[in-house]
Design a protein around this ligand. Structure first.
Ligand SMILES: [Zn+2]
Length: 255
């Protein structure tokens, strides 16, 4: 039987992605399992259920309507400058959240949310720079290095710093290896930066922002309906008393 063009490769890629997410979700503080060969045989199914539960828990922090869901907008967090899905950005974001869950770091989600608006501004307006930083690392290191960068950006933003391109490069540890300002502003043609920014902004144009954290909402996949005036304070169930928010923000920040 002929398989449709791209079928088997697409299936393999999706399966590998799922395996990678399961590994991130079950990784301990020592970084084990590193790959599937680090995992034991599962004789009675308990290990499989454990892995699936952990994977579901991690995925539920990234997207979906569960209470702890950050509802990350894919155009902000997972798209590279050409508007295509970036493997290292996706896996790196998963890795950072997976690490915090594994370390039982309960403060992280609050810290992330405090920095979220400024972090998303960086991720949207400096996609080319972020892609260049990722490219400077060798393939196997890209995911972990991107997770480190996100974590460091969040810390610096929470320390009250406003980060320009030079500071982002410094935080990435690549100062002296990446240079900004090519002088292309002087030309009349659109720079790659301008084109990619236009693409991303088009993707985000119809997006609304969460009134609690001012981060982008992916209302197709993750949304929570928040009483502006709380029900217990007499707030009504009418639409004019209803805000669309991230599930995490509604459940954890407001209350
Ligand atoms: Zn929010």
């Amino acid at each position: 039987m002929d398989l449709p063009l791209g079928g088997p490769k697409g299936v393999r890629t999706a399966l590998q992605t799922l395996i990678d997410i399961a590994l991130i979700a079950t990784r301990d503080q020592q970084g084990t399992p590193r790959n599937v060969f680090d995992t034991d045989d599962d004789d009675d199914g308990t290990a499989t259920i454990y892995v699936l539960t952990k994977t579901y828990g991690l995925a539920g922090r990234i997207t979906g309507n569960e209470n702890g869901s950050l509802g990350l907008h894919p155009a902000v967090y997972f798209y590279g400058p050409t508007g295509r899905h970036s493997g290292p950005m996706f896996m790196g974001t998963m890795t950072l959240v997976g690490r915090k869950l594994s370390n039982n770091d309960k403060t992280f989600f609050n810290k992330f949310t405090q920095a979220r608006s400024k972090l998303e501004h960086i991720l949207v307006h400096h996609k080319d720079l972020i892609a260049t930083i990722i490219q400077k690392h060798i393939g196997p290191k890209r995911v972990d290095k991107y997770a480190d960068l996100l974590n460091d950006l969040i810390d610096h933003l929470n320390a009250g710093e406003d980060l320009n391109e030079l500071e982002i490069i410094r935080i990435s540890g690549l100062d002296g290896k990446i240079f900004v300002g090519s002088g292309s502003d002087a030309t009349k043609s659109f720079s790659d930066d301008a084109k990619s920014e236009a693409f991303i902004m088009t993707a985000l144009r119809t997006s609304i922002k969460c009134p609690i954290c001012d981060g982008y909402l992916d209302t197709d996949k993750s949304v929570s309906y928040d009483h502006i005036v709380r029900a217990r304070d007499g707030g009504s169930g009418r639409s004019d008393n209803c805000n669309l928010t991230h599930p995490y923000c509604n459940q954890s920040i407001k209350n």
